[in-house]
Ligand binder design. Structure first.
Ligand code: ATP
Ligand code: MG
Ligand code: MG
Length: 587
């Protein structure tokens, strides 16, 4: 797509396509296990990317960025993006998360089925290959079983600027290492008693190259492989192999993994030299993660919000999870837009939360049907209604465009009756200068209806205003020749008392009062916004009785609202505010 701004990843991909970097796949030496290439026949003309979540929680807006990036690049360059579960850690993974992740990716508009072939993979399906690769490294003198305590290993790793110290187990022969590694696999050693380590360089300035661990002993039942294994590969060992087995060309990750890249390269180069993997192998590229103000994206902290009841579940509309954003009224297109606009760069930084809302408005403005809603209702009585229409119960037909920019989408029909709901803020007994709405003696227009003149108000014993009184000005109906006869400055949205529908409306705002809720080690719970949810009973234009869950509307002058996915029914309408029309956040 030539309209998309370029970025360093696009440049790398375009260069690789132009140079045919991946056009000739081959094995460097005696072909090892070619059949273990999971992705089927090599596909030289295409790039392959992947989205590789660990199924240990719900995805959030940061993951949405990664999904849009990886699937988007594959789409734009005629390639394939793999959906891969990085499920090499047996303890934290659950089917519930697997299901929710697949659902989120589909909802965002992406598909791992390409040309009738599924590209859904589980890293745990490569455990056999990973194990054989480990034995090959041992045989080549590139890995050893270390039986130092965790404490000793930490101490001997050294520090930034201080070289590490070789383990006393580092000089074991390949035969010894192989026997010991098989004992690890066969359950002869206790959890934590030994690890398999790569033999690289304990003095490397990059600590990740100081003989990183490849395998650990952990007796835990895995959701896919059950109790087959009591040793599990480390993430840093597993991930490059997963990429290579799937013929990934561009392995895109966030900047935290930059220091791991030398090991990624070391491992794949060795496995290529040993004939286990085909060349050219995948390459890792890092970009700056998405950081949005006023939200947190740590799965652990999001889980804490859920577990401690600060929000109502993972899909609470205030959560930055994909399920939460979806329930809040965000569309796939708005999140794609946000991901696109946030760009791809090597420089980290914070993006203002409002950019998310702007993306949603930009997506919904041209699409969402309009409707009238009164969120803070005060009754307005039209004192001369019977006099003008001949009956107190008359219903005067009115109409308004479904969408002001699309006349072809038709008109909404509703009626004006003797009493209507207006916003409480649209009446003031003693208005400040410049107030053009209702106050005694002033005229304003009931939108899509008539000009009215305010004559006063009613109060209860406590002096609170209970109703506003006004006279209709005859012959001023919107859309009739007399509409412009009386000039007014104020326009009032309203809903008929007789025909409007009552609804629960949930007014959401930011969950935190500080832009960087967990900055500098601050307890993010101490900056929860106490006003992040307000529930009101509102009155809605009668046409909204036809709304079904997930339908989105612009409530005129209030913002964008969605019929709640879970709680909305025709009998008990529930709407969520997705976003206001303008940024109203003030701090
Ligand atoms: P955690 O560390 O909390 O378990 P994670 O962020 O590491 O979560 P993964 O499931 O490993 O989650 O992430 C899947 C992919 O999403 C990774 O490639 C990761 O780089 C990417 N990702 C996660 N957070 C962001 C973010 N804020 N911006 C961009 N990409 C992200
Ligand atoms: Mg992770
Ligand atoms: Mg993380």
């Amino acid at each position: 797509d030539e309209h998309k701004p370029s970025n360093f990843l696009r440049q790398i991909i375009e260069r690789d396509l132009a140079q045919g970097t991946y056009a000739n796949r081959h094995f460097a030496s005696t072909p090892g296990d070619a059949k273990h290439h999971a992705a089927g026949p090599l596909d030289p003309a295409k790039i392959r990317t992947r989205f590789p979540p660990e199924p240990n929680g719900y995805l959030h807006i940061g993951h949405a960025k990664s999904i849009c990036l990886n699937f988007g690049l594959a789409r734009d360059y005629g390639g394939i993006c793999h959906m891969r579960f990085d499920d090499t850690n047996p303890e934290k993974e659950e089917q519930e998360y697997v299901d929710s992740i697949l659902d989120a990716v589909k909802w965002l508009g992406f598909d791992w089925n390409v040309g009738g072939t599924s590209h859904l993979f589980y890293a745990s399906n490569y455990f056999d290959f990973m194990y054989r690769a480990a034995e090959a490294l041992i045989n080549a003198g590139l890995a050893y079983v270390d039986e130092q305590t965790a404490e000793q290993m930490r101490a001997n790793r050294g520090d930034f600027g201080t070289p590490g110290t070789d383990s006393p187990f580092r000089t074991r022969t390949p035969a010894e290492n192989l026997a010991r590694f098989r004992e690890m696999r066969d359950g002869k050693l206790a959890d934590g008693a030994a690890v398999l380590r790569a033999k690289i360089d304990m003095a490397s300035p990059n600590i990740n190259l100081r003989d990183p661990a490849l395998y650990r002993i952990k007796r835990a039942t895995h959701h896919n492989t059950g109790d087959t294994w009591c040793i599990y590969p480390m993430y840093t060992y597993a991930h490059p192999i997963e990429d290579a087995l799937e013929n990934i060309t561009h392995s895109i990750c966030t900047l935290e993994f930059e220091d791991q890249r030398p090991f990624y390269d070391w491992l794949l180069d060795k496995l290529c030299e040993l004939g286990l993997l085909a060349q050219p192998r995948p390459h890792q590229y890092e970009f700056a993660r998405l950081n949005l103000t006023y939200i947190i994206t740590s799965k652990r902290k999001l889980k804490q919000l859920v577990d401690e009841g600060h929000v109502n579940g993972w899909d609470d509309p205030r959560m930055p999870t994909i399920v939460g954003l979806r329930r809040r009224g965000y569309t796939p297109e708005s999140l794609q837009l946000m991901a696109e606009r946030s760009g791809v760069s090597k420089a980290g930084g914070w993006i203002d939360y409002s950019s998310l809302e702007i993306a949603l408005r930009d997506d919904l403005d041209p699409k969402a049907p309009r409707a009238c809603a009164v969120l803070d209702p005060l009754k307005l009585k039209l004192v001369n209604f019977t006099e003008i229409f001949g009956s107190e119960s008359h219903q005067e037909p009115c109409h308004a465009p479904v969408h002001p920019a699309h006349p072809d989408r038709g008109q909404r029909q509703f009626v004006l009756t003797n009493e209507v709901w207006i916003e409480r803020e649209d009446f003031m007994e003693t208005p400040p200068k410049g107030y053009h709405r209702l106050y005694p003696g002033n005229k304003a227009r009931l939108k899509y209806g008539y000009v009215i003149e305010c004559t006063g108000c009613e109060k209860n014993a406590q002096g609170e205003i209970t109703a506003v009184l006004a006279k209709l000005v005859p012959d001023t109906k919107s859309g009739t020749p007399g509409a412009e006869a009386v000039k007014v400055k104020g326009v009032i949205t309203w809903v008929s008392v007789a025909t409007g529908i009552a609804a629960e409306v949930r007014l959401y705002d930011r969950l935190f009062t500080e832009a960087q809720p967990d900055a500098g080690g601050r307890d993010f719970l101490s900056v929860l916004n106490p006003n992040s949810k307000k529930v009101v009973t509102a009155y809605l234009e009668p046409g909204l009785a036809a709304a079904t869950p997930d339908d989105k509307f612009q409530f005129e002058r209030h913002g964008y609202f969605v019929a709640d996915r879970h709680d909305h029914t025709a009998a008990k309408p529930v709407f969520n505010r997705a976003t206001t029309l303008k940024d109203t956040w003030s701090k």
